[in-house]
Design a protein. Sequence first.
Length: 351
Amino acid sequence: MSTTQLALSVLGSLVISALLLPIAIKLGEKHGWVDSPGKHKRHDRPVPVLGGVVMFISVWATVLIALVFSSELYHSIYDSIFYIFLAALIILLVGLSDDLSPLPAWVKLAAQIAAGLTLYIGGLRVELLSTPYGSVDVGWLSIIISVGWVVVLTNAINLIDGLDGLAAGVSLIGAIAMTIIGLRFDVGAGLLFLCTMIGFLMSFLYFNRYPAKIFLGDSGSLQIGFYFAVVSLIFPIKSFTFTALYVPLLALGVPVLETISSIIRRIISRKNLMKADRRHLFHFLALAGWSNRKIIWIFYLLALIFALFSVAMFLWDRGIVLALLVVFMVVIFLLFLILISKLPLRKNSRP
């Protein structure tokens, strides 16, 4: 894609979402399609949850327009575009259903697996794993790795969607980082999805900043993670190289770290892995007396650092960059553990 096409994709998605978000806010308030205050939530008033619906419309309207005017781009994903759309629709519908009436965790997981299988059938799959020591044909494990990858990234953003502007801002930083790297590899349709997300997120942040007028909802946060998974799978390479693997993981370093820490914490405490709680990093920062805005900027800074690490992999010696990354992650984990030890969460505490 040319720079002009990319800019138009960002602009198109931004304009469409800017026009639809105020309508979605009014519809949500009118019909009661809102997220009400509750046990694991920080807002104190009902907030519309149709952000994911607007995202779906903005992304796909822009994608379809771009494909109409760029036959070369269309042919590059001709065999997969229907499956990507169908999988995204599955994610939207299960997320929206959960937003309006909470679903059992197994239903949401089943839908995410179905979306991953849909992409697999559409040819977006991991068949080879390339390492510094050569490529490994994963054989029958391809379906498990491919679907598992989609499920993990799909849920990554959802776990940090707990503060106004947090998930959208971190995702925007990650999308920009992946776009910069994607330009180097000329990932074509992958850039298209990234740019449509960037346009939507720029517009959405205006309405989602504290105090939020609209939420992403599960339909939005799950979609963002899903599109990141899609982009990583349509890198123009037959094997799932180290590059395709670590780019989204680094660009999305904050939600990935939160995902890992949440899983470890819930396993140690023998709690349901799929059940929401108030022991995420932003909850502890709130207990420490940090304001909403300060917490948001801390997460933005962390996201920016991870994004810079992902880009630095292509500019400097990867061994040195990786060593620095490991040191940085160890420091972050230690600080997190110190924070937890000094701020035990009481049953009735409300950050």
